[in-house]
Design a protein around this ligand. Structure first.
Ligand SMILES: [Zn+2]
Length: 98
């Protein structure tokens, strides 16, 4: 056999091995990327759930002056009443929960 064919044969084998190695490398990169994507999706889900929960528990601030839902009297609230959201109407003495 001519030595030139032996050299070509070796070069072809090296190229095939190199090609397979690259395929294996790409496969592992794909797996890594896929895992990252899954992680990202989970994080996004968590974030969305957090936003939903925060929006649900968010209560708008109570104005300083409100109308009693029972006797319709105009009530001026102090800071404690506005924060606790629970007090008795000074006019009709009924409990008001905001
Ligand atoms: Zn009242």
């Amino acid at each position: 056999m001519e030595p030139i064919f032996e050299i070509i044969g070796v070069v072809i084998i090296i190229l095939v091995i190199w090609f397979i190695a690259k395929q294996v490398e790409y496969f592992f990169i794909s797996v890594k990327l896929f895992k990252k994507m899954i992680q990202l999706q989970e994080d996004m889900m968590k974030l969305l759930l957090d936003i939903r929960d925060n929006t649900k528990s968010f209560k708008p601030e109570i104005p300083e002056v409100i109308e009693c839902p029972h006797c319709k009297a105009t009530l001026k609230l102090n800071e404690t009443e506005r924060q606790t959201r629970n007090f008795n109407c000074p006019n009709c003495k009924k409990e008001i929960i905001l």
